[in-house]
Write a protein that binds this ligand. Structure first.
Ligand SMILES: C[S@@+](CC[C@H](N)C(=O)[O-])C[C@H]1O[C@@H](n2cnc3c(N)ncnc32)[C@H](O)[C@@H]1O
Length: 321
């Protein structure tokens, strides 16, 4: 199926990387048909008949069945009309003069215009002299409702569920795979993995975090295995892990010196390498200025992300060599 994506402007490259990582995890082959970086528009021919993978995406603003690229509006309206049932209620979304013009065209074709509750929403994008149109596939996401402050157990180090979801997606996992977060804190990453149908395994050195993350998982009707242990011992504690996704501790409360911090980070990479089989992924969030030793992995991607307040961190996507 040909899908048009409007990517979130939150990050220059992460939204695109997330789409390809999800398709890779799901075993979906694809081909890029059209791409307009500046407008954050990407059109892909995804070799699948199922829309399911779209519902996993955190950083896609909009996804829709691609109608085509046109020089004239009439041509576009004709093609859209072929794809949706006659007399449906529709909303055309574009810049205002275009919306009016198109609205009139579709009314003439027998469609009803309903901007509040349309049966089909049709976004229209203009790039240079051409128009691109799609029929929206509703993604029905509720990241805002899952924000850390709305869970039974809260700690300020928790990340936004949209970021947590994107991290899990970068690990190229699919339903039924086991995702491990060895520094799980309040369980934000494991919740997103669980909601996508992955098995959640975790650990934290802090007993309160272990209990709290279990409470949070239950709150969302999820199960998981969470152990109180040092993440450096994960090779002895866990088996059958398909990916590790984690946000490492930072800040003064966790370490006595900078040397200590670096040591823990690199020791953790080695521990992860002992646990993961070849081609499995480690997605790890670290301080922005730190470059980890590769320790048995090849780097598949690195992204600076803004977490909160003045905190920028780096996401490393590492594939076990
Ligand atoms: C940045 S927080 C993780 C936040 C988490 N992603 C969330 O959504 O709540 C890092 C966590 O690592 C834990 N931690 C610190 N040192 C650890 C170690 N050696 N082994 C396991 N956990 C550790 C801390 O207790 C803390 O909960």
């Amino acid at each position: 199926m040909e899908i048009l994506f409007r990517l979130s402007g939150e990050h220059p490259s992460l939204p695109r990387a997330e789409i390809f990582a999800v398709m890779e995890g799901e075993g979906i082959e694809s081909k890029v048909l059209v791409e307009f970086d500046k407008d954050r528009i990407l059109v892909i021919d995804a070799k699948t008949n199922s829309e399911e993978f779209l519902h996993r995406l955190a950083l896609t603003k909009l996804a829709g069945e691609f109608v085509g690229m046109f020089h004239g509006l009439e041509e576009m309206a004709d093609l859209v009309a072929e794809k949706i049932p006659p007399n449906s209620k529709i909303a055309v979304r574009g810049s205002l003069p275009l919306e009016k013009e198109l609205g009139a065209m579709f009314t003439e074709k027998g469609f009803g215009i309903d901007l509040e509750k349309p049966e089909f929403s049709i976004p229209l994008f203009k790039t240079g002299k051409q128009y691109l149109a799609a029929i929206v596939i509703p993604l029905g996401r509720d990241f805002e409702k899952r924000k850390p402050q709305f869970r039974p157990y809260f700690h300020p180090t928790s990340m936004h569920p949209r970021i947590a979801r994107a991290l899990v997606n970068l690990a190229r996992v699919k339903k039924g795979d086991t995702v491990l977060d060895p520094f799980c804190g309040t369980g934000g990453i494991l919740i997103e993995a669980g909601l996508m149908g992955m098995k959640a395994s975790g650990s934290d050195i802090d007993e309160d975090m272990v209990e709290g993350s279990m409470k949070n998982l239950k709150h969302f009707g999820l199960e998981g295995e969470i152990k109180q242990t040092d993440a450096l011992k994960l090779a002895e504690e866990f088996t059958g892990i398909d990916a590790i996704v984690t946000d490492m501790p930072y800040g003064r409360s966790s370490f006595t010196s900078e040397k200590d911090t670096k040591k823990l980070y690199n020791q953790f990479i080695s521990a992860a390498a002992r646990l993961l089989e070849k081609d499995k992924y480690l997605v790890v969030v670290m301080p922005d200025k730190f470059t980890p030793e590769s320790g048995g992995f090849s780097v598949a991607g690195e992204f600076s992300i803004y977490v909160h307040k003045s905190l920028t961190r780096k996401v490393w996507v590492m594939r076990r060599a």
